[in-house]
Design a protein around this ligand. Structure first.
Ligand code: ZN
Length: 184
């Protein structure tokens, strides 16, 4: 087997050890999901629901974002929207056809709409969202073949880590609320 290149954040590592292509793709997905997790942690530190996203083109991060709806007083300030805006500015185009979006949580209907509008080629997400997920958990916008653009989607990449961050955040918030009520 020929040496395989792994594109990691603009750096190309060449391995002389044979690596199966699907292993390569999996490692690359996990690498960028970790970048999205760093973004999610930033949101959590600011008291926002910890969801993070990155947009990647040719193995390079071109957009980053995390949830800021409370701080920005903006219901549309989800991680995906912030990352798409950032990528659009970086690339200088409102369409991102050669890009992949990595996000720690299954996109909602609003973000799925923005992803399709941006012509994103591929979406990779971590944990499922049973309350607002638009990749099959509540509805599946990505399966709607009548729409003019189709984006391939895979879920479950580092799902346990992505989900744990959210569970811990909500557990802490509930504990704070109980403390606050006890003080009253
Ligand atoms: Zn969203």
């Amino acid at each position: 087997m020929l040496p395989v290149s792994l594109p990691f954040a603009g750096l190309v590592f060449t391995s002389q050890v044979p690596i199966m292509p699907h292993v390569c793709a999996m490692l690359s997905d996990e690498f960028f999901m970790r970048e999205a997790l760093y973004q999610a942690e930033s949101a959590g530190c600011l008291g926002e629901v910890p969801v993070g996203a990155v947009v990647v083109r040719a193995g390079e991060i071109v957009g980053r974002g995390f949830n800021t709806p409370i701080g920005d007083q903006d219901p549309s300030a989800h991680a995906e929207i912030i990352a798409l805006r950032d990528a659009g500015r970086t690339i200088g185009n409102y369409r991102l056809p050669d890009c992949e979006l990595f996000v720690t949580l299954e996109p909602c209907a609003m973000c799925a709409g923005a992803i399709l509008q941006a012509r994103i080629a591929r979406v990779v997400y971590g944990a499922r969202d049973p309350k607002t997920g638009a990749h099959g958990s509540v509805l599946d916008l990505f399966a709607e073949t009548r729409l003019n653009h189709q984006t391939s989607v895979i879920g479950g990449v580092l799902a346990a880590e992505c989900g744990k961050l959210l569970q811990e955040f909500f557990a802490e918030r509930r504990a704070q609320q109980r403390e606050h009520q006890a003080e009253e």
